[in-house]
Design a protein around this ligand. Structure first.
Ligand code: MG
Length: 344
């Protein structure tokens, strides 16, 4: 008998986090737990407001989920099909069930999650994200992130401001940069001009430069850009991969968009088949979802799994980060240390 429990949680950010078009200090989360024969699998839905899910929508969704017809958590695919059939969208709350099931099944098999997925143990060099801010504050954040091998820089405010941010960073650091414009450059010609300017500044790729609905603009830019273009807002689930090769050189796959590990793996395989690079990304999340994603890390070209490092009240503890590298836990499942929900 599978028993589902869930609990709302507000994850607080260390600093106000600003990207092109939005800023916030906290993220609504729904923590999930599926229990079977005394073993618990843990999951999580992280719901930044711009994606449209809320604690209320996630709670309503889970009230519609009936696990009583399933004999065991090993019926992963059947359970996830039932979850997906409840309603369209709702990708984060769907991910919360997927993650809890994967944690549970690998715990029952006494295997670390990556081993259950047939993947090796590893350490992963993650980037550290720096939000939009004044050049002085950005320099301070960059100096605090000196142990990381890559920085992920949020741009998309305007050409002058964007250039000022990059110049300020280059005064204090030569770390390679991942640039994320979050759809903030609206004109393809202007986007190409700034990408050309960025191309000799140690930038590895440009994430979502243009609005996701500007299909013609994105095709034009992809074919002209001197740097690889990675789709994020424009690529959520597996069917979005059908158009991805036309628009992007790579895709940012996140568990909260893909409905979890099961579909994220399919997306990664599809990306490989299409010759696309893979960035494994995240939202602001606890160590539960971040570490779950990290277990897929060896399948990615680039890893941006730092969402648990920028918060003050992570209820869980799992992977350790040393010298900017995530070390995967070797305990069964995701590898979260024991944590009572009563204390959180
Ligand atoms: Mg992004």
């Amino acid at each position: 008998m599978l028993q589902l429990e869930f609990k709302p949680y507000i994850l607080k950010k260390k600093h106000i986090f600003k990207i092109s078009g939005a800023s916030r200090t906290k993220t609504p989360i729904l923590l999930t737990k599926i229990r079977y024969r005394g073993i618990e699998g843990l999951g999580e839905a992280s719901m930044p407001p711009l994606y449209g899910e809320t604690i209320d929508s996630a709670t309503d969704f889970l009230h519609k989920l009936d696990l009583s017809g399933f004999q065991s958590p090993f019926e992963v695919e059947k359970i996830l099909q039932a979850v997906d059939a409840i309603a369209l969208g709702n990708t984060a709350v769907k991910a919360s069930i997927d993650i809890a099931l994967h944690d549970l099944v690998s715990k029952l098999l006494m295997l670390p999650l990556h081993q259950y997925l047939g993947l090796p143990a590893c350490t992963l060099a993650t980037s550290k994200t720096i939000g939009i801010n004044s050049p002085e504050t950005i320099q301070k954040r960059v100096e605090e992130a000196s142990e990381f091998n890559y920085l992920k820089i949020k741009l998309g405010t305007g050409t002058k401001e964007d250039k000022a941010i990059i110049r300020a960073i280059r005064e204090v650091s030569d770390q390679p940069l991942y640039v994320d414009a979050n759809q903030g450059w609206e004109d393809p010609g202007e986007a190409l001009a700034i990408i050309k300017w960025l191309s000799d500044k140690g930038v590895v790729f440009i994430e979502q430069p243009l609005p996701k609905d500007d299909i013609d603009g994105q095709i034009w830019l992809k074919n002209k850009s001197p740097l690889p273009i990675v789709g994020d807002e424009g690529v959520q689930r597996l069917p979005d991969m059908a158009q991805a090769r036309e628009l992007y050189h790579g895709v940012n796959i996140k568990l909260m968009k893909s409905t979890g590990i099961h579909e994220a793996r399919k997306m990664i395989h599809a990306a490989r088949g299409l010759g696309l690079k893979v960035l494994l990304g995240c939202m602001s999340e606890t160590s539960c979802a971040i570490t779950a994603a990290a277990h897929l890390g060896t399948l990615a070209d680039w890893v941006d799994l730092d969402g648990n490092l920028n918060v003050t009240n992570d209820p869980y503890q799992a992977s350790e980060v040393a010298d900017g590298k995530i070390r995967l836990p070797e305990d069964p499942g995701i590898g979260l240390k024991k944590c009572s929900w009563k204390k959180i």
